[in-house]
Design a binder for this molecule. Structure first.
Ligand code: ZN
Length: 161
């Protein structure tokens, strides 16, 4: 899994006995109780080591991972200057609990779907195939155009009963 600047990822943290937060590797999760999940933004990646990832952290881990973004780390990890002096942490891919999509895409499916009748060609909303081979024949044709329906089925070698 390749990560990119701008990705959001979830990392795991746990409160130490001294009250500070430490970051966990994913494989350590089950060894601890009270593991917290933090959703963080990737702001920097070392171009020479794509596993060397910098995230913004909205908490204060006081762990050896964390630091304030300075000019050196800004240039070495391609961090945008607007993040200068923000609190950040070094993480590795093995510390990323699960990937989160950049933005939640809401699917507004306003199209109820439907099918066109194979006989009269009228489009019927919400209709689904009611014959083999993905064929739909509307109720009206079934009732009133039986001769057309039968020849259509015969022509197309469709077995209906
Ligand atoms: Zn029809």
């Amino acid at each position: 899994m390749q990560y990119n600047i701008g990705d959001r990822v979830t990392i795991l943290a746990i409160k130490n006995s001294n009250g500070s937060l430490d970051l966990l590797f994913v494989m350590e999760r089950d060894e601890h109780e009270g593991v917290q999940e933090h959703n963080c933004l990737i702001v920097g990646i070392d171009p020479n080591d794509s596993d060397d990832i910098i995230i913004l952290c909205d908490f204060d881990p006081h762990s050896y991972f964390s630091f304030k973004i300075d000019l050196d780390i800004m240039s070495s990890h391609n961090i945008h200057s607007k993040f200068l002096n923000n609190k950040a942490a070094h993480i590795r891919p093995a510390m990323i609990w699960k990937d989160q999509p950049k933005e939640t895409i809401q699917i507004h499916n306003l199209d109820p779907g439907g099918m066109a009748c194979a006989i009269c060609n009228n489009f019927v909303q919400y209709a689904a195939e009611n014959l083999p081979n993905g064929v739909f024949i509307c109720w009206n044709c079934k009732q009133t155009k039986n001769y057309l329906v039968r020849s259509f089925l015969k022509q197309n070698d469709i077995d209906s009963d």
